[in-house]
Write a protein that binds this ligand. Sequence first.
Ligand code: ATP
Ligand code: MG
Length: 806
Amino acid sequence: MDENRKTDGGRPDAGPHFIRSIVERHLDEGAYEGVVTRFPPEPNGFLHIGHAQSIWLNFGLAEEFGGRCHLRFDDTNPITEEARYAESMQRDIHWLGFDWGPHLYYASDYFERMYQVAEDLIRNGRAYVDSQTEEEIREGRGTVTEPGVNSPYRDRSVEENLDLLRRMRAGEFEDGAHVLRARADMASPNMVMRDPVLYRIRHAHHYRTGDDWCIYPLYDYAHCLEDAFEDVTHSVCTLEFDNNREIYDWLLEAAGFTEPRPHQYEFARLNVEYTLTSKRKLSQLVQEGHVSGWDDPRMPTVAGMRRRGVTPEAIRDFSAMVGVTKVDKRVDYAMFEHAVRNDLNFRVPRVMGVLRPLRVTITNYPEPEDSAGAVEWIDAPLYPRDVPLEGTRPVPFTRELFIDRDDFAEDPPKGFRRLVPGGDVRLRYAYVIRCDEVVKDPESGEVVELLCTYFPETRSGGTPDGRKVKGTIHWVSATEGVPATVRLYDRLFDASDPEDVAEGGTFLDNLNPESLVVLEDSMVEPYIGTTEPGTRAQFERQGYFILDEEESAPGRPVFNRTVTLRDSWQRRQQDPGDANAAPAAEAGKGSEITTSTPAEPKGESEGDASRRKTSGRSERDGARRADPALEGAFSRFMDDLDLPEDDADVLSGSADMVEAVEAALSVHDNARGVASWLVNEFPREGGGRSLSETGLRGEAVGRLVSLVDDGTLGRSGARTVFSILVAEGGDPSEIVEREGLVQVSDSSALEGMVDAVLARFPEKVEEYRAGKTGLLGMFMGQVMKESGGTADPQATRAILHKKLET
Ligand code: ATP
Ligand code: MG
């Protein structure tokens, strides 16, 4: 990804791109009075992620330069189009956050005008009726190396041409009897210019014009005219239309459109790994029942993504991250997921859900009929510290609980920090429990229940008898929780390029048989189990989920997994032998709960970081076996510093690292903070180098964390400092001074920025006050942007609250 495209407050800005530069230059030169773009889908399917990028580009350009963007249904082909597709497209574009205002057009409304232009072209000698067969026309075209030959009908008189065209229109001929062709250049090196067909006869019913027409215009003819009729200035399309630009210009000139007139610009179409962006193929998946419909959450359609819980903001962010270029590429699926997580992280509450429940009975906790102890309501925060939102919800604690099966191991692998027979674990927000007895099904030997003791004094965070408790796990009350269906979605295809198939195969061979796993006996806490369909939340340690709007019933919620917390896919693909990767069908399983995400990597997915973390695991295990000092550091980092195993692993993989950690902690005692920079950020910034090959020193990391902890530096400022440290070394405080990165907490300065932002979005302010409080995140993002990332998020949030509530 382009490193220059700085991100602030989690909102990438579009950054400069070549089409925007062209528009900017044209407006500067006064070539046009204003910018007019269009988004011209053919209503023959649902919009997909590729269209979303085109929508973002075209509507975004118009928005940015104060112009307009038309929504035009390119419905010139009678065979495939349907009104329901046109309707779904309008809904999707609105959902993405764009509006065409009064500028909704249908190419089919221009049929009469297009026909009149065709007669004009004949009169000017620029078009003729050809009566060769399709086959003859194709042969006459020649090849790339040989020029074409003129049709024997090329020199028909104007009168004869007009007569034939009128009779074609009147329905006197069968399909294929004649076509109208441009009289362009049969010797042109550009095959498209060899007298392209403009009209063909098709006795077909059109979904809007009915049986009014039996001749229909082809793309090259129709598209440029539609643009010209609508005074479009910049007609943006994908690269495969490169060769068509010449006929676009030729036809507009032949039809008498003079400057300022529309021009065509091409950019690379968006392809995303593990998905398809072809309406035809997506339609096949629907028709043949490989998915449940166009809005199946596995589909790369806008409707599918919406149902899966992806936000419009994430799709827009993703479009900006991908950027607008001239080079075809297949974008990492991880980049898409990163955009999704990055957006959800800042807006959704954290809750607890147990996907595969294992019963836990707290034997020393009062029985339900003991009214005093029936249900204990624990007030738990909804957001981690680094998310500028607040709120709590009551979580019921009872004698009977469920934990996730994966959080208990009878035979724990090395480094397992969750519940084991005889061991302790902390239940998130609640007590430390000890597992006293494992109850098994006598027939199958399967573990069916754990009998545990709880330690009443540990509710506020203490440990029993000062013992060290290593792990924290999530849980749900068995009696107060809500039973739920959870659908775990994965990539629809298991090949990065689904069309890469063996000879004789089809893209269907690459369907991922595990793209959907349905869990029928999950349990969620009441706060999320009883909320409105369409609500999103993070299930701690599991992923982001949305309450399905179609299939949830009262008392029986259905959750769709939007995205995992980390990219488990790459772990599985690249590290099948990794002991930690194998059970982690969902990400985060092996890791402990952390309250905040101080250094979530930017510019790469968490998945990249987690893959790097785990992919070297066997190497690091080897290094530790060979060097007892490293092995000692591994245990010390987990036991004394209380770091998650994944982090301790990376930090004890080499003497370099261990030394850096110790140097950092000698300066500033915040192990989690230090770990997150070295574990998550360093691999990205360092680009595969070892610590000593970069400028980064342990002491500097300690100082950096201390500047963050004392509020001098905000998230985004800290990232800038870190990348400078890696590149050139230096002292964090000096870098902060030099680069002007001191966090702005001063309330009058922040108020000024907040006021500026609120003044810029009066409608959003109204919507917020009318109850759309989810907009807070958007306002936060804008203030962060305004401040170049230096605004103090806590203080900013408080000021925003104050100003918006009044
Ligand atoms: P499909 O094969 O999915 O039907 P299309 O290009 O034929 O794609 P249209 O409905 O004609 O679909 O496309 C509408 C607009 O969306 C066009 O301007 C096209 O350039 C753009 N578009 C379509 N697919 C992509 C993509 N993958 N990336 C970027 N833009 C796209
Ligand atoms: Mg098409």
